[in-house]
Design a protein around this ligand. Structure first.
Ligand SMILES: C[S@@+](CC[C@H](N)C(=O)[O-])C[C@H]1O[C@@H](n2cnc3c(N)ncnc32)[C@H](O)[C@@H]1O
Length: 299
């Protein structure tokens, strides 16, 4: 085989691989909808055999082999662990599938929560090629919904509750690391902090609680900001307040530190928009979740 053939085979494989990458998304959604993580969890501490899994899921025998294949793919994607013994398959959870357990089954239900996967898995975001042909400035999701994602969500209270609940769960985990001793240095000299797009205030509340001398502000879309009585009831910290506003239309309040959790692109957009001379000075300290991911510590 010539070297150009090898290149062609590799190129073909790449196309197949990316064309089929939607399968993992579909299989993950399917596993969540069938309740596979919860069934395996209830069988623990031992792993769950394939027949036990199929029977607990009430699947017809004609689908047992398809279940084995579904699990094989999800094992490959590290959502489950596989043990094989005497031609039998046994499955157990991994940290990723533990996060997918229903709240009642989750050991740390209050602390950990999966990202709102069901909102995104299998979602039809419309045709990206059609979006490229549009001359207006709408984001792809706006082109499909006819409004921003946030406005669409504001019309569906249950969706809002799910989304912000999940974001808050995610923040609890990150906040636990952020206020631990290893990150103390980050807060030295900070007298005020603004959590931009800070959701329902979980992260800012954790910081305000750990550092009573830091004055924390959550800057959020007005529809997300709880009313003042609720703020008192939910959080009740003297050094934490909410401010409603749109960061793309209004100045972000001044703070010694700006927190943009895990939002690199947003940070770049804001840098462009704010230019110089506004409330935000970008030499101010930032706390970025991505930095923790890359280096295992905060910069
Ligand atoms: C992905 S969520 C992150 C929430 C929170 N920072 C966290 O990490 O859990 C993005 C947040 O940005 C807020 N947001 C979106 N557009 C905004 C805007 N124009 N001005 C202020 N906040 C905005 C949303 O309401 C949402 O809470």
């Amino acid at each position: 085989m010539s070297s150009s053939d090898i290149e062609l085979i590799e190129a073909q494989g790449r196309i197949w691989s990316y064309s089929y990458s939607f399968i993992i998304n579909k299989c993950l959604k399917c596993a969540i909808q069938l309740g596979i993580p919860d069934v395996i969890h209830r069988h623990s501490p031992g792993p769950t055999s394939l027949p036990a899994l199929a029977s607990a899921l009430h699947l017809p025998p004609s689908k047992h082999d398809a279940l084995r294949r579904l699990m094989r793919l999800l094992v490959h994607a590290a959502f489950f662990k596989l043990q094989e013994a005497e031609d039998h398959y046994y499955y157990s959870l991994t940290p990723a599938s533990e996060l997918l357990l229903l709240p009642d089954d989750r050991a740390e239900a209050e602390v950990l929560k999966a990202p709102p996967v069901h909102l995104f898995l299998g979602t039809d975001h419309g045709s990206l090629s059609a979006w490229f042909r549009r001359s207006d400035g709408a984001a792809p999701v706006e082109a499909v919904l006819g409004m921003s994602f946030w406005d669409a969500m504001a019309r569906e209270p249950s969706l809002m509750q799910t989304f912000y609940g999940a974001m808050s769960g995610d923040s609890k985990l990150v906040a636990r690391v952020l206020v631990s001793d290893c990150c103390k240095e980050l807060f030295r000299g900070v007298g005020s902090l603004v959590d931009v797009g800070g959701g329902t205030g979980t992260m800012a509340a954790a910081i305000a609680r750990a550092y009573p001398d830091i004055n924390c502000t959550v800057f959020e879309l007005p529809q997300v900001v709880p009313d003042s009585q609720d703020q008192e009831a939910i959080i009740g910290l003297p050094n934490l307040q909410f401010l409603g506003g749109n960061m793309f239309q209004e100045n972000i309040p001044h703070g010694d530190a700006l927190l943009l959790k895990g939002r690199r692109q947003l940070r770049e957009d804001l840098e462009k928009m704010q230019g110089g001379g506004t409330a935000v000075a970008w030499q101010q300290r930032e706390i970025r979740k991505g930095d923790l991911d890359r280096h295992g510590r905060w910069e």
